[in-house]
Design a protein. Structure first.
Length: 496
């Protein structure tokens, strides 16, 4: 039986090894020195020169140093890339070209016209949907197939007639029209599978997803078309999951999760090699797929699946903290959020399975982990300190609720005390985000406490009144801190 810990553990070990190899290859190609964990790119306002000032006379070296400093601080390039640029300019021995701002291509189509185009397209799709719904029962199977097939072809041809190179708005409109055609293709093959060929639900899903993947893949054609790229990647994930469901006997959620995880991990690996256009989209789709796969595995094998999902979430979080692997701040934040969701989803089923009577221990461990992550973020010991603060604050607030499976009074006391502490931490410079978590925690746990300690029908007015007072208090508190929220949360990672 696949439910043993061996296969999930082996997959996680392989994934971790691949991540380590990718990170080491990236650092070796960049020629970066070993990281000490404290050499994060500084904000642009604090960097005066890159890692090595170019040995050029006068304004030449100064200008290049200033530009590289700004780009490094903004996270556009890494310090090692800055060093490589300096070495290249020195080897040329000539005056570098002045850096000039590139003027954005003027917009030919007004934004209002683009919005009207989307609105018109949406109205056409809605009208056709309502018309088909009204007369759908009266149509024969052949008429249904003919209607959906003709609409899909018309939409594809209409999208092909739009010259996407003429204006970005036209490119987006083509993506929108082709997205609608993919939806109609899905309806066509759904009817074909369920009513014409008489396939099972799993077989119909497999047929429909495979058809959408092929159609969107042809429309994508390895170009900068992010909508078609995401539809293609998503349809492939659905198709391989449905294929596993068809092949393996019930319950098939475990094998489905393993197959989905393998494809998601392949997406991540391909994206790190930059083998696809918009590799960030491929990387994100792969990371999300591995977490969703972990949920399938948890549903099949609760204990081992929980460990599997937790290990996967930690691996995705680790990707966000490898400095040279994800140079984009947005990518680090997204990967960190996806990994945090995976870890959060794995905590409860794992501890419930292995020790149903240890909910308090589980909640305390989550509380300690959240506090550690919060300290790491506050002291800027990670690449994404703001994300670390958010994950740590969320873990601290959720820790009390985890203990409720064993002792509800303990959970309420832990939640209220933790929320008060977070509100207090929010008064410290650089930690205003904790005020938001503490305020939400107070709203939840105080209302919960009133509901628990004052049972009966008479509790409703008390709960409503307490909740209203807390909402007013939170609103007033947030209003007083609005200046700090605007200033502190706008700062870049790596700066307190």
């Amino acid at each position: 039986m696949l439910a043993g810990l061996g296969i999930p553990a082996l997959l996680v070990i392989v994934f971790a090894a691949a991540v380590w190899l990718l990170g080491s290859r990236h650092r070796s190609r960049a020629g970066a020195a070993p990281s000490t964990g404290m050499d994060r790119p500084e904000p642009a306002s604090e960097i005066k020169h890159p890692a090595r000032v170019p040995a050029m006379a006068g304004a030449r070296g100064s200008r290049l140093a200033d530009e590289l400093g700004r780009w490094t601080g903004a996270g556009l390039i890494t310090p090692s890339e800055s060093e490589a640029i300096v070495a290249f300019e020195e080897s040329r021995g000539s005056e570098p070209e002045p850096v000039r701002a590139v003027a954005a291509r003027p917009r030919k189509i007004p934004a209002a016209a683009e919005a009207m185009g989307y609105l018109g397209g949406a109205l056409v799709v809605i009208g056709m949907t309502l018309t088909a719904t009204r007369f759908w029962a009266e149509f024969s199977i052949s008429a249904r197939l003919m209607l959906t097939g003709v609409v899909a072809i018309v939409l594809m041809v209409a999208g092909a007639m739009i010259h996407e190179a003429a204006d970005p708005a036209l490119a987006r409109f083509r993506w929108f029209i082709w997205l609608a055609s993919s939806a109609v293709v899905g309806v066509f093959f759904g009817v074909l599978g369920m009513q014409q060929i008489d396939l099972s639900l799993k077989g119909t899903i497999l047929l429909t997803a495979a058809a959408i993947a092929m159609q969107s893949g042809l429309l994508w054609w390895w170009k900068q078309r992010p909508v078609q790229q995401m539809v293609t990647l998503g349809a492939i994930l659905v198709a391989v999951t449905a294929l596993a469901a068809v092949i393996f006997a019930e319950p098939a959620q475990g094998p489905m999760g393993i197959v989905l995880w393998l494809v998601g991990a392949a997406y991540v690996a391909v994206a790190f090699r930059r083998w696809t256009p918009d590799f960030q989209l491929t990387r994100l789709a792969g990371a999300i797929a591995t977490v969703v796969a972990g949920v399938f595995v948890v549903n099949a094998w609760q204990g081992e699946g929980g460990l599997f999902l937790m290990a996967d979430g930690v691996a995705v979080l680790a990707l966000a903290e490898i400095r040279d692997l994800l140079p984009s701040r947005a990518d680090r934040l997204v990967f960190g959020a996806v990994g945090a969701v995976g870890v959060a989803l794995a905590i409860s089923p794992t501890f419930t399975y292995y020790s149903p009577a240890a909910a308090i221990v589980a909640g305390c461990l989550v509380w300690i982990a959240g506090a550690v992550v919060l300290v790491l973020g506050f002291r800027n010991l990670v690449v994404t300190p703001r994300l670390a603060q958010a994950v740590g604050g969320a873990a601290l607030v959720a820790a009390g609720a985890i203990t409720a499976n064993q002792s509800e009074p303990f959970a309420l006391a832990c939640g209220v005390v933790t929320s008060v502490l977070l509100v207090g931490l929010g008064t410290r410079p650089g930690m205003v985000l904790m005020s938001a978590f503490g305020s939400v925690g107070l709203l939840v746990y105080v209302t919960w406490s009133v509901n628990y300690f004052f049972p009966g029908q008479a509790q409703a007015p008390v709960v409503i009144m307490v909740a209203g007072l807390l909402v007013i208090g939170v609103a007033v508190w947030m209003a007083r801190l609005r200046g700090r929220f605007a200033s502190e949360l706008r700062r870049r990672d790596g700066r307190t």
